[in-house]
Design a protein around this ligand. Structure first.
Ligand SMILES: [Cu+2]
Length: 121
């Protein structure tokens, strides 16, 4: 591979990293401060789709699935080994206590629905 190509790929990767960690802003941010967070599942988006939580503190997420399509049926928290089936028109409560900090994605089984959970100290 030419040096130019390698450099171009390197710059592109750095741009991606910068975008991902610094420039990307969630559509809606919800802070877990002792209370439960209500998440609407409709029209292909979680609302809110970005949740901030503290490490070691219990997080209560209440999913309200309005979308009847099978796509929205499951929610999976990647890296946290949590998944659940969401009944249509009912509330599904997921409780978790994150033990490590980081950015964790939560998605439906096909990863059309996308959300992020950020765990901080
Ligand atoms: Cu899906």
């Amino acid at each position: 591979m030419s040096t130019l190509l390698v450099n171009t790929i390197g710059v592109a990767l750095m741009a991606l990293v910068i975008w991902w960690f610094w420039l990307w802003r969630p559509r809606q941010l919800a802070h877990a401060e002792g209370g439960a967070i209500d998440i609407k599942v409709a029209n292909g988006v979680y609302e809110p789709d970005y949740i901030e939580a503290k490490r070691g503190e219990k997080l209560i997420l209440r999913f309200h699935r309005e979308d009847p399509s099978p796509c929205a049926e499951q929610v999976e928290f990647h890296g946290l080994d949590i998944n659940a089936t969401l009944p249509v028109g009912k509330t599904k409560t997921i409780e978790l206590t994150p033990r490590q900090t980081g950015l964790f994605r939560f998605t439906c089984q096909m990863q059309m629905y996308q959300g992020k959970l950020r765990v901080v100290n």
